[in-house]
Design a protein around this ligand. Structure first.
Ligand code: PGA
Length: 255
């Protein structure tokens, strides 16, 4: 079974009412390839979710960038999985490196968040990736495996609604993109990890996205790699070139 190409746009903590409205207009006007060959998701900040969900073309789905680890209640400043479901939001990004490193979310905490979000019916874009120091120490796969292990311990065999995003920390927002060969090497190892630690079926079916300085200029070569099933895009997701990144699904089909 072929894995459907997936392109996610992570808008992070950016945007005003005016700029978000303009970005929605740009995405609505762009010529995008058929959703038969690509699944597209954008993740605005919580505060803009209702506007984007209402106004964005229906071929593009909407995701949150985070959610609380359990049922809502007295957790000031948090947003629960239930609230996202209530709003009709299908996806949530969890374990983004900015949350792991700046907000100090641990591997276990991210795993628990994945389990809770899945239990409420959200689909999860689970992010993993190593720092430059870890890569230089030769620990890339070890670190990614630790992050995946914590997710597996929390969710078990239940990976059908999980998309994995491999995002090397050194490539995020730095303009230093992994080469297609570097991305492919890690993605192949991650798929092997899934086969050995979850199941061959899950390894075959799970989409593994690359994230970190993806642009219209570098996406096509990355997309051609057999284990690169799409992208999670930050900076370029705020620009019209996001349309070109969506359309790199065609390079996948042609490869
Ligand atoms: P970037 O961010 O594309 O700006 O490097 C990617 C991400 O953080 O998901």
């Amino acid at each position: 079974m072929a894995r459907k190409f997936f392109v996610g746009g992570n808008w992070k903590c950016n945007g005003t009412l005016e700029s978000v409205s303009k970005l929605v207009d740009t995405l609505n006007a762009g010529a995008i390839v058929s959703t038969d060959i690509v699944e597209v998701v954008v993740a605005p900040p919580f505060i803009h979710l209702p506007l984007v969900k209402d106004r964005l073309r229906k071929e593009i789905q909407v995701s949150a960038q985070n959610c609380w680890v359990k049922k809502g209640g007295a957790y000031t400043g948090e947003v629960s999985a239930e609230q996202l479901v209530d709003l009709g939001i299908p996806y949530v990004i969890l374990g983004h490196s900015e949350r792991r490193h700046i907000m100090k979310e641990s591997h276990d905490f991210v795993g628990q968040k994945c389990a809770y979000a899945l239990s409420k019916g959200l689909k999860v874009i689970a992010c993993i990736g190593e720092t430059l120091e870890e890569r230089e120490a030769g620990d890339t796969i070890k670190v990614c495996a630790e992050q995946l292990t914590a997710i597996k311990e929390a969710i078990g065999e239940n990976w059908s609604e999980v998309v994995v995003a491999y995002e090397p920390v050194w490539a995020i927002g730095t303009g230093k993109v992994a080469t297609p060969e570097q991305a492919e090497e890690v993605h192949a190892e991650l798929r092997k990890w899934l086969a050995e630690n979850v199941s061959a079926e899950v390894a075959e079916a799970t989409r593994i996205l690359y994230g970190g300085s993806v642009t219209a200029g570098n996406c096509k070569e990355l997309a051609k790699k057999p284990n690169v099933d799409g992208f999670l895009v930050g900076g370029a997701a705020l620009k019209p070139e996001f349309i070109d990144i969506i359309n790199s699904a065609q390079s996948k089909v042609a490869a």
